[in-house]
Design a protein around this ligand. Structure first.
Ligand code: F6P
Length: 550
């Protein structure tokens, strides 16, 4: 596949031609030429403010990008998703995570299902159960109340609830301690089991398929631990200490969890979009149904904005199209997320699955090779920590890596001075990346420090900053459940829009299958089974592991 092949698209051709000159622009000049750039290139929706003025683009670039979105029938594709059309064509499924946060009457009817009725009936069950656990009415096998909730799941059955539980920890129930176990590495589960007591712990086994190796292994080990340490008989122990969240009733029953302790969802909820479904149960336990409802309402507010606003005023569309410009026309292969809020520590990892599992693909939904680069590498850290680790590369490295800065204007603590220091750093990094530092500025600084011409010449190249490095600034008033819901939905829709531009099915993930199948073979060999055919490296590693095991 030749990534440089040009699709038959007038907007794409126009953008390519335009990029020839835009590549030479410096954002310093763009700002100098237009004092209103910030007000022209910033907007607010559903409580989220976006400043996209620090991108290497102008009004004409944006016009061309919106033309590309129109050429790809973005609005019709969006409406098809919300209406429940089977847009996940390789699995023949609708994509309806938006129905999980919509008022009942707005959810679409599928041929076989009243979506609104089913969603709200599960929400009612989740609410009843979480009220019981939170109030202390739900008791363990020896009559004590639940103090620890352990979510066992991986990928979308882990990253969303974990990220959001951490982000909203200041809204959480004071008694319930939340734990998230995902890794098949037994150190993960072991570390949690060492902190909890069987009689006061509740395990949630969260798996859409209920076949995922990591989750099933952890669930079986947790069940064995409970029965071995708890003094509970198998039936009572499981009934009071294990619930399941899944689409697979048969496998849940087979595991030993009764249907009344299972919270279902449906095949039209993709794993990485499932936070809003019963996969959010640990969150509802932590937050209570009121704040969980606020989270859903925030996401729904962003859904409405995405559906109703013109493309030119549409936050997810703008964020997505700036990304397309950076990826496809300026050639930047990575995108970093800098969260200037400690409680958003898990947000970059969450976005990694959302964006890279959705759009990390090389064939279009019709099976033809893609004709341009698709999802960039998504990675990031919290600010200010990242500044003292990898920001050196962002400022002076040979690759240009655009960033999303995300910050809340108000803190949920009252420690004096910290919030201003945090925001100052956030805004300063974006300014420095855009503006850079030019020769005359560096020379003046060195002269002032008393350096002679020779010393100045030596240090000058090291102290120059080219600048012109793009970033978006995303601001919340405060990290509330409503704001977090809107923020997550913003990125979901950004991901959807980019999938449309790149002609992808953003809702399958065949790329994870090969490694899973090979791991199953190797696991049998590590356990002493017959050797399978491998390359010499893999065969050598298996032999090495078998020899070295105690
Ligand atoms: O292997 C990838 C994946 O299928 C993700 O898409 C999904 O979120 C994760 O595994 C977990 O799947 P499940 O919820 O079925 O256990």
């Amino acid at each position: 596949m030749n990534i440089a092949d040009i699709p038959a698209s007038p907007a794409h051709h126009a953008l390519q031609a335009h990029a020839q000159s835009a590549r030479n622009w410096h954002m310093r000049d763009l700002f100098a030429a237009d004092p209103d750039r910030f007000s022209r290139m910033s907007l607010e929706a559903a409580g989220i403010f976006l400043d996209y003025s620090k991108n290497r683009l102008d009004a004409h670039t944006l016009q061309l990008l919106f033309a590309l979105a129109r050429e790809k029938n973005l609005a019709a594709r969006r409406d098809a998703m919300f209406a429940g059309a089977p847009i996940n064509n390789t699995e023949g499924r609708a994509v309806l995570h938006t129905a999980l946060r919509a008022p009942r009457e707005l959810a679409p009817q599928l041929a076989q299902q009243d979506v609104g009725a089913d969603v709200h009936s599960v929400l009612t069950r989740m609410r009843r159960f979480s009220d019981q656990v939170r109030s202390g009415q739900w008791r363990g096998y020896d009559g004590r109340i639940i103090t620890d909730v352990v979510n066992i799941g991986i990928g979308g059955s882990d990253l969303g609830p974990k990220m959001a539980a951490h982000a909203l920890r200041s809204y959480s129930h004071p008694r319930l301690k939340m734990h998230f176990v995902s890794n098949v590495d037994g150190h993960d589960l072991d570390a949690v089991l060492q902190q909890i007591e069987p009689a006061t712990s509740l395990f949630i086994v969260a798996s859409k398929t209920f076949t995922t190796i990591e989750t099933m292994m952890n669930a079986r080990s947790a069940r064995a631990w409970l029965l071995a340490h708890g003094g509970a008989d198998a039936e009572a122990g499981l009934a009071k200490h294990f619930v399941a969240v899944s689409t697979n009733l048969a496998a849940v029953t087979e595991f030993g969890i009764a249907p009344e302790n299972m919270f279902p969802f449906w095949d039209w909820v993709g794993g990485r979009y499932s936070l809003w479904s019963a996969i959010g149960l640990p969150l509802m336990l932590a937050l209570g149904h009121g704040y969980f409802g606020d989270l859903l309402a925030g996401a729904h507010a962003m859904d409405r904005h995405f559906c109703e606003a013109e493309l030119e005023q549409n936050l997810p569309v703008i964020l997505a199209m700036c990304g397309v410009w950076n990826r496809n026309y300026l050639g930047f292969g990575a995108h970093s997320i800098a969260c200037y809020h400690q409680d958003l520590a898990h947000f970059p990892a969450y976005l990694q699955q959302l964006e890279m599992e959705s759009n990390g693909k090389s064939v279009r939904s019709n099976g033809q090779p893609v004709q341009q680069a698709t999802c960039p590498l998504i990675w990031g850290e919290r600010g200010t920590n990242g500044q003292h680790a990898y920001f050196q590369l962002l400022h002076q490295g040979t690759d240009i890596i655009p960033l999303d800065f995300i910050a809340a204007l108000n803190a949920s603590h009252d420690l004096p001075g910290h919030q201003d220091a945090l925001l100052a750093n956030c805004f300063a990094q974006a300014e420095a990346l855009m503006r850079g530092k030019q020769e005359d500025e560096v020379r003046a600084e060195l002269r002032q420090a008393g350096m002679n011409e020779t010393q100045q010449a030596q240090l000058l190249p090291h102290k120059l900053f080219a600048g012109n490095r793009p970033s978006n600034m995303i601001l919340l008033e405060m990290l509330t459940p409503h704001a977090l819901g809107a923020l997550i939905a913003l990125y979901e829709h950004k991901t959807f829009v980019q999938g449309v531009i790149w002609d992808l099915n953003s809702f399958d993930q065949w790329g994870v299958e090969l490694g899973k199948a090979l791991a199953a073979t190797i696991q049998r060999e590590l356990a002493g089974g017959a050797a399978a055919a491998h390359d010499s490296s893999t065969a050598g590693l298996i032999a090495r592991a078998r020899q070295a095991r105690f």
